[in-house]
Design a protein around this ligand. Structure first.
Ligand code: FES
Length: 113
């Protein structure tokens, strides 16, 4: 589950696994999203990028058949002041297409709670 880091106390995360965009040994899905953000010019200052990537990762893992409108809705809780959202949505859709083509078939989605 993606949470807003600014609204969750560390004590509330006690006993839970915490992943961030800088988690060592990122999944191939996260690496693909990072690459897609670069390829699609989906970041400029990078301030929003960690939150965008983690939200996108959850979408890719939990909703592999998401269409463009669902991606837009899913990402709507994250604000970007720089790029606009088209490039970000393009990047996420590109990874969803890679996933639909079987790119990550050998990497199961880990259960998140
Ligand atoms: S890249 Fe600057 S706020 Fe999104």
């Amino acid at each position: 589950m993606v949470v807003r880091g600014c609204l969750v106390l560390a004590a509330q995360a006690d006993g839970h696994r915490v992943d961030t965009v800088e988690t060592p040994n990122p999944s191939r899905r996260l690496k693909a999203l990072q690459d897609a953000f670069v390829e699609h010019n989906a970041l400029q200052c990078g301030y929003c990028t960690p939150g965008m990537l983690m939200a996108a990762l959850e979408l890719v893992e939990l909703h592999p058949d998401a269409e463009r409108e669902e991606v837009r809705e899913w990402m709507s809780g994250n604000y970007c002041r720089c790029t606009g959202y088209h490039a970000i949505v393009d990047a996420v859709c590109a990874v969803l297409e890679q996933q639909k083509a079987g790119r990550f078939a050998d990497e199961p989605v880990e259960a998140r709670a």
